[in-house]
Design a binder for this molecule. Structure first.
Ligand SMILES: O=c1[nH]cnc2c1ncn2[C@@H]1O[C@H](CO)[C@@H](O)[C@H]1O
Ligand SMILES: [Zn+2]
Length: 396
């Protein structure tokens, strides 16, 4: 039996790849645009959150990363003030918590929020304040979430060292790492080596968007030249994997031949931040069923499930999991495996990651997995729960 959408939502989830400026509520954009006098929203959407949400999903559904990124002009436009930034961050924490996310790393590019005179440090302060408020509101509403941020530098720009220094300055104040994003083709990560080398000298953490719109060379550079701790997307790693038999898999991944780079990624347990719906929209994958995450999970790469941009993709962590459940028949054990992978790969201290895994994630899944024991026997449904138990088998 398929796990239910309600179980998926209640299951504890961990999110490592989510853009703050890609996750606004359409209603918040409409309100902030009216408050701030922003007149640039697409025709017919300024007073209509439903139409605006649909516009983002359609405009982002272009098959090209460059076109997809153009839609961010409208979200970034209303994130130029302290209040705007704090409001968006607060909403994000509440929305993620309501969706069952217990830990999230949300990223944004401070350099894109300076148009109305805020300094880089003020931008970080406003976002942090919003997240703390959102965490409080979530707690008041009965759910628990912790949010850390990643500061992104735009790969076509030249401020990466400055943003890396900003991330380092705020590392004890909610910023847990650094990222590079933006159009991939023509903007290799090696242009930002000084930023990465600085962060390594500071013993700090970073991830790099790589292997999304551009192939293996981008992944190779991100890992071997830049030293990334994780890969944003990394889907093109499948270009270095050859399926040799009908059925690949097994603990060591028999039935597939890994090239040197793919073997390195798996051997070193490099976390892959996969974002299935986003990849369908930008053309990095053709369908959920054909998404490389299925193969990579079977080959036991350190794969994680993420949203990327909840607004542009009209998605949530629960929706991403629901698509994967439908495409690959995943159950709660698979969800737990992805979630533990993500928590192991987070940028917060080891002790906190471990406590999250042992005291929040595992008990949460244990609770869900035991529900069949208490199923309503009076309704005539079988109390032995055989169908459910079958699903629970396999490794976590
Ligand atoms: O999937 C993606 N690939 C590359 N860049 C992205 C993606 N999603 C968002 N951004 C870029 O990251 C900036 C900071 O959050 C966004 O403004 C957008 O330009
Ligand atoms: Zn991204």
């Amino acid at each position: 039996m398929r796990i239910t959408d309600d179980q998926i939502r209640r299951a504890p989830k961990v999110l490592l790849h989510d853009h703050l400026d890609g996750g606004l509520r359409p209603s918040t954009i409409v309100e902030l645009a009216a408050e701030q006098g922003y007149r640039g929203l697409p025709p017919g959407t300024a007073g209509d959150p439903g139409a605006l949400g649909a516009w983002f999903r359609e405009a982002a559904d272009s098959g090209s990363l460059e076109r997809y990124l153009e839609t961010f002009a409208h979200t970034v436009a209303v994130m130029q003030t302290r209040d705007g930034l704090a409001r968006v961050a607060c909403d994000a924490a509440e929305d993620l918590a309501a969706d069952g996310v217990v830990y999230a790393e949300v990223r944004y590019a401070p350099e894109q929020h300076l148009e109305q005179g805020l300094t880089l440090d003020e931008v970080v302060g406003a976002v942090n304040e919003g997240f703390r408020e959102g965490e409080r509101r979530a707690r008041a509403a009965g759910s628990r979430i912790r949010v850390g941020t990643l500061l992104t530098a735009m790969r076509h720009a030249a401020r990466s060292l400055e943003i890396a220094e900003l991330a380092n300055r705020h590392r004890d104040d909610g910023v847990v790492g650094f990222d590079i994003a933006g159009a991939e083709a023509g903007h290799p990560p090696t242009r930002h080596l000084d930023a990465f080398e600085y962060l390594k000298r500071e013993n700090n953490h970073f991830t790099i968007h790589a292997g999304e719109a551009f192939g293996l060379p981008s992944i190779w550079q991100a890992l071997q030249w830049c030293g990334a701790d994780r890969l944003g997307h990394g889907v093109r790693i499948i270009d270095d994997i050859k399926v040799t038999e009908g059925r690949e898999g097994g603990a060591a991944g028999e039935g597939a031949e890994l090239g040197r780079l793919a073997a390195y990624v798996r051997d070193k347990r490099i976390p892959l931040e996969m974002c299935p719906t986003s990849n369908l929209q930008t053309g990095a994958a053709s369908s959920y069923a054909a998404h490389p995450i299925g193969l990579l999970r079977r080959l036991l790469f350190r794969v994680t499930v993420n949203t990327d941009n909840r607004l542009m993709s009209g998605t949530s962590m629960s929706r991403e999991f629901a698509h994967l459940v439908d495409a690959f028949g995943y159950g709660l054990d698979d969800m737990q495996w992805f979630t533990v992978n993500a928590m192991k790969s987070a940028f917060i201290p080891f002790g906190e990651r471990l406590a999250m895994i042992n005291d929040v994630i595992k008990p949460g899944y244990a609770e869900l997995k035991s529900e069949w024991l208490f199923a309503d026997t009076a309704s005539g449904s079988s109390p032995d729960g055989a169908g459910h138990r079958d699903e629970q088998q396999g490794t976590a």
